[in-house]
Design a binder for this molecule. Structure first.
Ligand code: CU
Length: 146
């Protein structure tokens, strides 16, 4: 009996995770699975500064802050559809956004998160970190949509 009680928080956490997954899947039924690409954040750089995608391709940028300070992933303007942001400094927030042009996901040290979306126009779009001095120190890269 004692063992069951001790594992209860784990069970509840599992249910919460399932509920979150179910919520995420809600309006994705018609979309192909996203192609994932990993970008780690370090002090002060991204591990991958040349991302590529095809126009209309459903992609997911998986971010992992391996540095000692907060970093973010920001794009000021990119035509896209269905942006989903997961994780981040707000504590596992999950946001759905209508077609928009900007994305910004901040991650504290040790946090991970992802940005899932479909770019709709070819072009070269810069991503960068908005933390003071980081962009100037080289914390930026490009997402090329072909
Ligand atoms: Cu940074």
């Amino acid at each position: 009996m004692r063992r069951i009680v001790r594992s209860l928080p784990l069970v509840l956490a599992a249910f919460a995770a399932l509920a979150l997954l179910a919520a995420c899947g809600g309006d994705d039924k018609d979309e192909a699975p996203a192609r994932a690409m990993q970008v780690s954040m370090q002090d002060i750089a991204y591990s991958n500064i040349a991302l590529t995608a095809s126009k209309g391709e459903h992609i997911r940028i998986e971010l992992d802050n391996k540095g000692q300070v907060t970093h973010d992933f920001t794009v000021d303007g990119i035509p896209m559809q269905g942006l989903h942001m997961m994780g981040g400094a707000s504590g596992g927030d999950h946001q759905h956004m209508a077609a928009d042009h900007a994305m910004h996901l901040a991650l504290d040290k040790g946090q991970s998160g992802s940005l899932e979306f479909t770019p709709t126009e070819a072009g070269t779009y810069e991503f960068y970190c908005t933390v003071a001095g980081h962009r100037d120190a080289g914390m930026h890269g490009t997402l090329t949509v072909q």
